[in-house]
Ligand binder design. Structure first.
Ligand SMILES: Cc1cc2nc3c(=O)[nH]c(=O)nc-3n(C[C@H](O)[C@H](O)[C@H](O)COP(=O)(O)OP(=O)(O)OC[C@H]3O[C@@H](n4cnc5c(N)ncnc54)[C@H](O)[C@@H]3O)c2cc1C
Length: 365
């Protein structure tokens, strides 16, 4: 019997496995093959691949530095903010690390200690409660398999099956469908842009340059013609001067937006949820990696303290993270309110006035 079975070896699951893998008997079940060499051709998580300062801080706390082969150019220090309604544009200084998300996930996965049992290309299917824990069913190589554990951890992302089985009626964070298209890009684009346009979405859209490719993405309402809205977004940005070359790839994923702390589900009994499965993600920017790291750390501390009471301990350890979600919702209210955003952008406070002319001079704009 395992102490802990983790479903999902993304950033949250891989981090938890790394933290508890030497002291506990752990199994990780992951749908992807995290070892295959020809990674560019494989399934890739739909993501912007920007490591924000909060996630950088957590990597620092873990004593980790990002290896060079994971970085993608250019590194970005500027966000170009476009407000469609007021037709205002501003540039703000930001500090992101631009990475290849699939390689980033594989690197985190490679840090899982060798004592941990890993099942890749294995799909979690269901669970049953037993006298002393949980028995899970998963499918690998077309065969049904079972594993018994004292604690089951759902780290299986925004559409977590573990969460749906554990508590189907628990309030869910609002789900958006994120679509990203990738275009070949010849020129330079030394900034990331965030676009506020209520005709497209009440969340936001973005462009990110990455290694000769420009990504256009948007978080859209699944029931409000997301494909049509994406096409309209592209047209509006073309009209604004964005040059989208040939499309080489398109992908999509659900992304959560917790509007209330009550939508975060820590778990119950012998089942815990971490990362986006629990609902941990910023409602203002959809930055999720720092929340994966912080929730995995909070659960690992609780497990090291006492496996039997780890879900309650985990809840206790995430007081600050819940406060953070409250604060990010206040920030989201300020950012997504047309009048407040207009006043902030109009005032130019904190913006970098001279950047636009520099970009125009170098022919980038
Ligand atoms: C378009 C987009 C752009 C984003 N950009 C950024 C960004 O730039 N920076 C940032 O910080 N955040 C970003 N995010 C958010 C971030 O990607 C997520 O918050 C983060 O990936 C959540 O990590 P996780 O480990 O909780 O889940 P995931 O990364 O989703 O990992 C879940 C893992 O579980 C596995 N899995 C799922 N179901 C099963 C199953 N049944 N059986 C076995 N395995 C299973 C999956 O294969 C996956 O490996 C973005 C999200 C989207 C959608």
């Amino acid at each position: 019997m395992y102490d802990v079975v983790i479903v999902g070896g993304g950033p949250a699951g891989a981090t938890l496995a790394r933290l508890i893998g030497k002291s506990r008997k752990v199994l990780v079940i992951e749908r992807r093959n995290m070892y295959r060499a020809s990674e560019k051709e494989d399934y890739q998580k739909c993501c912007g691949g920007l490591i924000a300062p909060d996630a950088q801080k957590m990597l620092a706390e873990f004593g980790l530095g990002i290896p060079q082969h994971i970085l993608d150019g250019p590194q970005l220090f500027t966000v170009r903010t476009i407000d469609k309604k007021s037709n205002l544009e501003r540039y703000y200084q930001r500090h992101y690390i631009n990475v290849d998300r699939e390689r980033f996930d594989r690197w985190l996965f490679s840090l899982i200690p060798s004592q941990v049992d890993v099942e890749c290309e294995a799909i979690f299917k269901g669970l049953e409660h037993t006298n002393n824990g949980v028995e899970i069913t998963y499918v690998k190589d077309g065969r049904k398999r079972k594993a018994a554990t004292k604690l089951l951890v759902g780290a299986d992302g925004a559409s977590s099956k573990v969460r749906r089985i554990l508590s189907p009626d628990y309030p869910m964070p609002r789900q958006y469908i994120a679509i990203q298209e990738y275009y070949r890009m010849d020129g330079e684009m030394p900034y990331y842009s965030s676009i506020f346009d209520k005709d497209i979405t009440d969340f936001y859209s973005w462009t990110i340059p990455k290694d000769g490719v420009l990504i256009l993405g948007a978080a859209l309402h699944p029931e409000d013609d997301p494909v049509g809205k994406f096409v309209e977004l592209k047209k509006r940005l073309r009209d604004r001067g964005f040059d989208f070359g040939p499309c080489i790839k398109r992908n999509g994923a659900y992304v959560s937006r917790p509007r209330k702390v009550g939508e975060i589900l820590h778990g119950d009994g012998n089942i815990a949820l971490i990362g986006e499965a629990a609902g941990w993600i910023s409602p203002s920017s959809a930055e999720g990696l720092s929340y994966c790291f912080r929730s995995a750390l909070a659960l690992s501390d609780a497990i090291e303290m006492d496996l039997n009471t780890s879900v309650a301990g985990y809840r206790k350890n995430t007081g600050k993270l819940r406060m953070n979600i409250r604060w990010k919702n206040i920030k989201a209210f300020l950012m997504y309110n047309d009048t407040i955003r207009f006043l902030i952008m109009k005032s130019g406070v904190l913006s970098m006035g001279s950047i636009k002319s520099k970009l125009a001079e170098s022919g980038i704009l």
